[in-house]
Design a protein around this ligand. Sequence first.
Ligand code: IMP
Length: 200
Amino acid sequence: MRFYLASRNKGKMRELTEILAPLGIELKPLPEDFPEIEENGTTFEENAKIKARTVSAVLGAPAIADDSGLEVAALGGEPGVYSVRWAGENKTDHERNVLLLERMRSVPENERGAKFVCVAACAFPDGKTLAVRGECRGTILDEERGTGGFGYDPIFCVPEYSCTFGELEPEVKNSISHRARAFAALGSTLRAYLETIGEE
Ligand code: IMP
């Protein structure tokens, strides 16, 4: 089955195409002139559903979307759903990391737990929507390490590997990340749903 991907991010298209292909799900890019979608939800679930539903309703075809971010326990779950905007408009990934490290400066090692969260959603033109969540737990270091990945990757340490997402090989990150887990779960949920309605 083919789905529009409600994102203009080419890296995301590549990553998700790989994850979903074995499940028989093919992704199509948004048309060039598709309008900007306002993400005004207050949870990852709401934002992922808003994006998938908007694209599906406008294009009259099934659509897939995701919404993700970093939740830091010592900061009450911030930056969370506001992960891009949290440090202010037009900031770089490095500037966001510096601000987060600064806010965590006096937090002891045993209280530096955090998790990346991703909600993957798909929507159909009849309004039916499915959404599932994937998480990846780790800790926040006191400095950036590694140059791979993007966003908060250099300060997020994965205990199983004793290194940051920024230091891991992309294939390894993509096999354990919140996004990989959410989309693997969406693939299974979707297949089960399609079987119940007699589609492939
Ligand atoms: P989006 O919802 O996938 O666009 O992600 C929103 C923001 O969350 C990104 O701009 C990053 O700041 C952060 N984020 C989400 N996933 C990751 C990741 O895998 N690594 C690092 N940062 C991430």
